[in-house]
Design a protein around this ligand. Structure first.
Ligand code: ADE
Length: 246
């Protein structure tokens, strides 16, 4: 997948986007990442990318001209038309489901905002606006890296095991069950016996129960649209201290 990023801080991407799994994804060619400096599309001596807001108010607004020029120029660097994503707190919330959808595109182009936001007209360029959560960052760069990271690990050939993503949190609709490795006893804390029993049926049932209990306790909102059996509902009720339904 080709991925382009337009930012006024291209160096922010250097280390996070070249280490660990993303570095490997790039080496393998699964991720073809290009980071562009928005200031390359300014035409004044100070390479200005922001200006004061019409109507007054605090902060500065990102000017439309360099945004339009850069998105058009970067898009035309490859025959594949990119899916253009603006990172902004005023956007749809990024989820695992969206990561899975974005992983199906051949090309993504991220535009990172700074200051108080983008001139509204720049959104004409966007196929979607994404927020990574209900908090305000100093800019879209970290958000773009979060999205690229979550998408890149889903690309074919990037993760070692074919099914590494199958059981994980959010993919199943539940938080992931707890994992243990050796030693079996650590500072008086035991690995649950069932996981050492070799009985795959019991292990699967135990993990499912743990996932249901953890989700009920920490993220009950995830269960709102989640289909459960009667037995599973009784596990959830038990976890939440509710009496069984009649
Ligand atoms: N820019 C500033 N805050 C952001 C957020 N939460 N998500 C995406 N881009 C942002």
């Amino acid at each position: 997948m080709r991925t382009d990023i337009i930012t006024i801080f291209p160096q922010m991407f250097d280390t996070p986007m070249s280490e660990a799994m993303i570095g490997i994804a790039r080496e393998k060619g699964a991720l073809d990442l290009h980071v562009h400096d928005l200031r390359d599309w300014t035409h004044d001596r100070h390479r200005t990318t922001d200006d004061e807001p019409y109507g007054g108010g605090p902060g500065m607004v990102m000017k439309p001209e360099p945004l339009f020029e850069s998105v058009r120029a970067v898009s035309s660097q490859d025959p594949v038309e990119p899916h253009v994503i603006f990172l902004t707190p005023v956007g749809e919330t990024f989820t695992q489901g969206l990561a899975e959808e974005l992983a199906t595109y051949d090309r993504l182009l991220f535009v990172c905002g700074r200051y108080e936001g983008f001139d509204e007209r720049a959104y004409e360029l966007a196929d979607r606006r994404l927020s990574i959560g209900d908090y305000v960052l100093t800019g879209g760069e970290l958000a773009a890296m979060v999205v690229v990271d979550a998408v890149a690990r889903l690309l074919p050939g990037v993760l070692g095991h074919e099914n590494s993503t199958q059981d994980e949190s959010f993919t199943t609709g539940l938080l992931e069950y707890p994992q243990y490795t050796r030693p079996a006893v650590f500072e008086d804390m035991n690995v649950p016996d069932v996981l050492r029993s070799g009985d795959h049926g019991r292990i699967a049932a135990y993990r499912r129960e743990c996932a249901l209990r953890t989700t009920a306790r920490l993220r009950p909102d995830l269960l709102m649209n989640f289909e459960v059996t009667e037995h599973e509902q009784s596990i959830i009720d038990d976890e939440l201290g509710r009496s069984p339904r009649d």
